[in-house]
Design a protein around this ligand. Structure first.
Ligand code: MN
Length: 128
């Protein structure tokens, strides 16, 4: 993948559209999956440099998806950022314990998302 590519696993069309617009405005190209199973398959196949992950997903939830990514030696270097409306006390810790590298709450704020992606997006030198 030559372009700066981010995979977003999210079942909500509206959220995907917002994130797509924000990241495209900064030169990223967004690839998208609508459920956990196809999202995990895309991670395995494409090995994207960065994954944004909704937690509430049909089929396989985001915690299971990140667990499988981080249990796979070929994939565990890929940063995974949870994006979820869930704001209960302890959620952040729960997402990090499941293997997420960081967490952003929805509704997504453009600058927050851009800064977070910039922080975790691997530089060319770090590419495996
Ligand atoms: Mn969802």
């Amino acid at each position: 993948m030559d372009q700066k590519t981010v995979l977003y696993i999210e079942d909500n069309f509206h959220n995907r559209r917002i994130v797509r617009k924000i990241l495209q405005s900064r030169g990223y190209s967004l690839i998208e999956a609508e459920d956990g199973i196809s999202g995990l398959a895309m991670v395995q196949e494409l090995k994207p440099p960065l994954v944004l992950l909704d937690i509430g997903l049909p089929g396989m939830d985001g915690l299971e998806v990140v667990g499988r990514i981080k249990a796979d030696e070929a994939l565990r270097h890929i940063p995974v950022i949870a994006l979820t409306a869930s704001a209960m006390r302890g959620d952040r810790e729960r997402f990090l314990a499941a293997g997420c590298d960081d967490y952003l709450s929805k509704p997504v704020q453009a600058m927050e998302l851009i800064n977070m992606v910039g922080t975790y997006y691997p530089s060319n030198g770090n590419r495996p």
